[in-house]
Design a protein around this ligand. Structure first.
Ligand code: HEC
Ligand code: HEC
Ligand code: HEC
Ligand code: HEC
Ligand code: HEC
Ligand code: HEC
Length: 392
């Protein structure tokens, strides 16, 4: 007797899930793609079969240019496609999380399957097939969905049992507990305004949380990895050859900005190293050209706080003694740098709440030391959560 309701709830969950994907698809992709026909980009029907691995599609969608020019599993295929589409550049979707792209892909998968079933026109069998395919898809896409479904299921069962016992208490004279009676009660419950009220509240809460999540991610670009004008590798320079970060990012201990290295800094070495082991003189040649033409290399900026935030590298690196990697991740292992943290306000604040300031290594704090009697002083206690410290 629990089955119909559980199925209904799973159905509800799937519906919400697919709608999420649909909305995201329409907002981000529909200007260039349709599922069943070519628009600016290819028809997306059957894209899973063409790519084999969903994780690869996600990487492609997040930054198709990096994927095409990079060395990923399907880069050759993507490059061919890119040429086939006259080098039309697909927008990079770095602001979409892998889960959001997954939900778009699930929507595409569901639409492709729907088109298939429409073609094979065998109502019942087709419906069953789609049902089981739909049931297995989310298990590898979203554990969250299952937790949600189970939680909703549990709530529904609890409510159902309460309703049952309540109605028994209210009508003790009616001795009716046959199968038919129970089914009828399930039916009544499903038809009752209470059921739809609950369903409405659940849908509304889901909508709110999705909206808030989306709104909060506006302007945050965790994972952002644009294509750089030169295939410069931190893994080679900072990792293998152990060149100090400060050698190139000379501003980092002096002021607000860490700064990008000027061509001159590269030339300190590349005057002598004119052939690389990977690209010959193709990439290093660009440095020489920049030097000779006196044109700076146009590095694409990755980390970028909004204008109304004040952040100083010197304060954190020199005074605070924080390692670059705490904020930027293992840069020395990155072939291409990407944004490791989301640089949200919550991220700054969390660290300020938790980080203890080293009062011994720094003469500046010798005077303050006497003032703060407590042994453990966090950045928060020094005023690091005051709005005006970070906002102009
Ligand atoms: C500005 C137009 C544009 C937008 C917007 C766009 N795409 Fe594309 N997409 C393309 C083009 C053009 C291609 C062909 C490859 C290329 O030129 O890079 C492509 C290729 C693809 C492919 C590979 C298709 C295949 O057959 O292998 C996938 C998957 C894809 N896009 C998904 C998406 C998703 C998901 C979105 C929305 C989040 C999206 N695209 C938004 C233009 C776009
Ligand atoms: C040989 C010079 C060199 C060294 C050494 C070096 N970098 Fe870089 N770094 C660059 C160049 C050039 C760029 C711009 C191109 C890019 O993003 O890869 C850059 C970019 C970055 C960026 C991204 C900046 C942005 O927002 O666009 C970070 C973060 C970074 N470096 C951190 C480090 C850290 C941490 C180290 C030490 C482990 C380090 N770098 C060592 C040359 C260097
Ligand atoms: C302290 C010395 C030093 C500095 C400074 C330096 N490099 Fe290098 N670079 C190297 C060494 C060593 C290699 C490895 C050469 C090899 O692949 O055999 C290398 C390799 C490269 C390569 C890969 C070439 C290839 O074909 O594999 C590129 C591109 C490059 N450097 C760009 C830069 C840029 C851009 C800068 C300035 C931001 C820079 N380098 C600064 C020492 C340096
Ligand atoms: C407390 C966190 C933190 C630490 C530690 C840190 N950075 Fe940054 N870094 C940031 C933030 C935040 C930005 C974005 C700044 C902006 O947009 O104004 C950034 C930007 C950069 C940039 C881009 C250019 C610029 O200056 O805006 C480079 C390069 C960089 N960091 C290198 C480094 C290096 C090298 C170190 C270590 C010596 C380091 N960072 C330590 C947080 C940090
Ligand atoms: C990894 C930890 C960490 C992160 C992340 C971090 N900070 Fe800090 N911040 C510190 C520490 C430690 C200090 C205190 C340094 C000192 O003065 O000894 C500090 C100090 C400051 C100060 C000076 C506070 C004062 O009282 O003078 C400002 C402003 C600031 N941070 C802004 C930011 C902003 C903006 C961000 C986010 C973009 C950020 N910080 C992220 C650790 C962090
Ligand atoms: C430690 C640094 C820090 C402190 C202290 C801080 N902020 Fe922020 N704030 C940021 C950063 C970084 C951003 C931009 C990133 C983002 O949008 O989340 C931001 C964004 C904002 C925004 C833009 C809205 C948004 O979420 O995009 C508002 C409004 C704001 N802060 C208000 C405040 C107020 C009010 C205070 C004092 C109670 C405060 N901030 C204290 C770092 C800080």
């Amino acid at each position: 007797m629990k089955m119909p309701m559980r199925r209904a709830l799973i159905g509800l969950g799937l519906l919400l899930w697919a709608q999420d994907g649909k909305a995201l698809f329409q907002a981000n992709c529909a200007s260039c793609h349709a599922v069943n026909r070519r628009v600016v980009g290819p028809a997306l029907k059957g894209v899973h079969e063409r790519w084999g691995d969903e994780a690869e599609i996600i990487k492609f969608v997040q930054n198709s240019q990096a994927y095409i020019n990079g060395n990923f599993k399907n880069s050759a295929y993507a490059k061919k496609l890119y040429e086939e589409y006259n080098k039309a550049v697909m927008t990079a979707f770095t602001a979409l999380s892998p889960n959001e792209i997954k939900s778009i892909l699930d929507y595409i998968k569901a639409e492709s399957a729907a088109a298939e079933t429409a073609n094979t026109a065998s109502g019942a069998a087709g419906g069953g097939g789609a049902g089981s395919a739909g049931g297995s898809a989310p298990s590898d896409t979203s554990p969250l969905l299952w937790v949600l479904t189970i939680a909703l299921g549990a709530i529904a069962i609890a409510l159902f049992i309460t309703t049952l016992s309540l109605s028994r208490v209210l009508r003790p004279e009616k001795e009716e507990s046959s199968e038919r009676g129970i089914f009828q009660q399930v039916g009544n419950f499903m038809a009752s305004p209470r059921f739809w009220g609950i369903a409405g509240i659940v849908a509304f809460l889901w909508f709110c949380s999705a909206t808030i999540k989306k709104a909060r991610s506006v302007g945050l670009h965790k994972g952002y990895q644009p294509v750089q004008p030169i295939a410069f590798s931190h893994k080679t320079h900072a990792g293998e050859y152990k060149i100090a970060c400060q050698y190139c990012h000379i501003g980092v201990e002096k002021g607000k900005s860490a700064t990008f290295p000027s061509t001159n800094i590269c030339m300190n070495c590349h005057t002598y190293i004119q052939e690389g082991s990977r690209y010959g003189n193709k990439e290093i040649g660009k440095i020489l050209a920049s030097y000779q033409e006196n044109k700076p290399i146009e590095w694409v900026r990755i980390h970028n706080l909004p204008d109304y935030v004040y952040f100083s590298h010197a304060q954190h690196v020199k005074v605070g003694g924080i390692a670059c990697q705490t904020c930027h991740g293992p840069v020395e292992e990155m072939e291409e740098v990407y944004q490791y943290n989301d640089l949200s306000m919550g991220w700054c604040i969390n660290c300020h709440r938790q980080t203890k300031v080293d009062l011994t290594a720094n003469p500046y704090y010798a005077r303050l030391h006497a003032y703060y009697k407590e042994k453990e002083v966090t950045v928060e206690k020094l005023g690091g959560l005051e709005c005006s410290k970070c906002h102009y």
